[in-house]
Design a protein. Structure first.
Length: 159
C-alpha cells in the first residue's frame, strides 16, 4: 500500500519529528509512506473571518495540487466519521481488498481545511470531538495507521 500524508505546515518541535521518524520506521514493513508538507499561511488576528477564508483557500489550493493521482482521499475533519481502531483497520483492509492501494490522508492547518478539500475527499475521518494541534495530529494518525496494520496482520501491538 502507498500512503501519502499531505499536511499543512512543518513539524517544529524535535519530539514530534522524532515521533514521526519512529512511526515511519515502524511502518516500513507494511506500507510505503510519504509525508508531503505544504506551506502554512499566517492566520490573521481573531475576528477577520474574510482573511481566514483566504488562508483556507490558499492552503486548500496547495493541498489539492499535491494529491497523488488515483488516491482514495481521507480528510481529517472533526465533523467526520469516528471509528474504533479495529473499525479503522477493517476499513483499510477492505480498501486494499477492493484494489485501492493508494491512500492520501490530508491534515489541515490551524484554521482547518477548505471546503474544496473536504469536497474532494472520499471520506472525512474524525479522531475525536476534541481539537488537536495539527502537528500532533500527524503523529496520532501515524500511530493509528501502524496499529491498524498490526491488527490486520494479527500481530501484537505492544512490545
Amino acid at each position: 500500500m502507498q500512503i501519502t500524508l499531505l499536511c499543512v505546515g512543518r513539524l517544529k518541535e524535535d519530539f514530534l519529528r522524532l515521533a514521526q521518524r519512529e512511526y515511519l520506521k515502524r511502518l516500513k514493513p507494511y506500507a510505503r509512506i510519504e509525508v508531503v508538507e505544504v506551506r502554512e499561511e499566517a492566520l490573521p488576528p481573531a475576528g477577520e473571518m474574510g482573511a481566514v477564508k483566504a488562508v483556507l483557500k490558499k492552503e486548500g489550493d496547495h493541498l489539492l495540487q499535491r494529491i497523488p493521482d488515483n488516491s482514495y482521499v481521507i480528510a481529517l475533519d472533526r465533523e467526520g466519521v469516528m471509528l474504533t481502531s479495529e473499525e479503522f483497520a477493517g476499513f483499510l483492509h477492505d480498501l486494499s481488498l477492493r484494489g485501492q492501494n493508494r491512500l492520501c490522508f490530508i491534515i489541515g492547518g490551524s484554521a482547518g481545511l477548505a471546503g474544496a478539500v473536504l469536497a474532494r475527499a472520499s471520506m472525512r475521518l474524525s479522531f475525536s470531538k476534541f481539537t488537536f494541534p495539527h502537528q500532533l495530529m500527524r503523529i496520532i494518525l501515524l500511530e493509528q495507521v501502524y496499529r491498524a496494520f498490526k491488527i490486520i496482520r494479527g500481530e501484537r501491538y505492544h512490545r
